[in-house]
Design a protein around this ligand. Structure first.
Ligand code: ATP
Ligand code: MG
Length: 277
């Protein structure tokens, strides 16, 4: 029902990301509320064209576990505008800032939702490639959905390049960080999304980025070392063996041994067969 950008009234700024700003908007006709993501581009028309193509894919994506994109508009100023489902409670990143760490039953629910979202995307041959707390959004009902695949990776950065680089690399799998050592046999990218999910659920449990120790300087070398060679990080004594085993299946360094979406959806940590405290 949204025919043009002028149908939308901008209510407030929700947040800023790499290359764009997200606004809360209202459709003047129906008064429905949406999130509007505005991405700016350099003159590079090839990148722009690629983004526009990905935007078309985005409009076909329809899952209750993936943030819905209702429309995409080009502006004369060279921006690309995505009209998205508004997720009232913001991102898991925001949630972790407020709540430090989350109880196991909540993490189990998050993991299940992300796996269902990945199952849908992977089924459409879409690799997300950027699973991290700020790309997992929460609506007013507390439902978690995946946002931002493809398009977010190819826009020009406006934020501090170092922060963006580190922020994105922190959740990358060994085979992406160090392909020479870990990508024998050529991973297809789907396995990388599982690794990232493992880092995210572990972060929810320990309350901070889990692969680098306290006080360690988070530079690229330390990060790469932690991802590719580091021991599996410690989890608190109090977590269930199911949670421990789930994280182990996700954070398997050799992607050929890592859990797949379908396997992990049957894992007792997420399949609801055991009672969480
Ligand atoms: P990146 O550019 O790497 O994706 P990011 O995820 O922080 O980084 P954006 O995707 O631009 O940046 O999002 C900025 C913020 O806006 C997010 O942190 C999130 O809290 C909020 N946001 C994004 N999309 C929505 C949405 N559909 N509904 C509600 N809030 C959203
Ligand atoms: Mg994002």
């Amino acid at each position: 029902d949204i025919e043009s950008l002028s149908d939308l009234e901008r209510l407030s700024v929700i947040g800023h990301g790499n290359g764009g700003t997200v606004y809360k908007v209202r459709n003047r006709k129906s008064s429905s509320v949406y999130a509007l993501k505005v991405l700016r581009f350099d003159q590079n028309t090839a990148i722009r064209h690629q983004a526009a193509c990905e935007a078309e894919i985005l409009k076909r994506v329809d899952s209750q576990f993936v943030v819905k994109c209702f429309a995409v508009f080009d502006t004369i100023g060279g921006e690309l505008c995505f009209v998205m489902e508004h997720m009232e409670r913001g991102s898991l990143y925001d949630e972790l800032r407020v709540r430090a760490n989350l109880p196991e039953d909540v993490i189990s629910g998050i993991a299940r939702s992300v796996l269902r979202g990945l199952q849908y995307l992977h089924g459409m041959q879409i690799v997300h490639g950027d699973i991290k707390p700020s790309n997992l959004l929460i609506n007013g009902k507390g439902e978690v959905k995946i946002a931002d695949f493809g398009v977010s990776k190819i826009v020009v950065g406006t934020r501090n390049a170092y922060d963006t680089f580190m922020g994105t690399c922190a959740y990358m799998s060994p085979e992406r960080v160090d392909p020479e050592r870990w990508n024998g046999g050529n991973a297809d990218g789907f396995v990388g999304d599982i690794w990232s999910l493992g880092v995210v659920v572990l972060e929810c449990c320990v309350g901070r980025y889990p692969l680098i120790g306290f006080g360690e300087k988070p530079d690229w070398a330390a990060l790469m070392c932690a991802i590719c060679s580091g021991e599996r990080p410690q989890m608190p004594e109090t977590v269930s063996p199911y949670f421990r085993s789930f994280v182990r299946r996700c954070l398997e360094k050799d992607w050929r041994n890592r859990g797949t979406v379908d396997e992990l959806l049957h894992h007792p940590f997420v399949n609801g067969t055991f009672e969480l405290r």
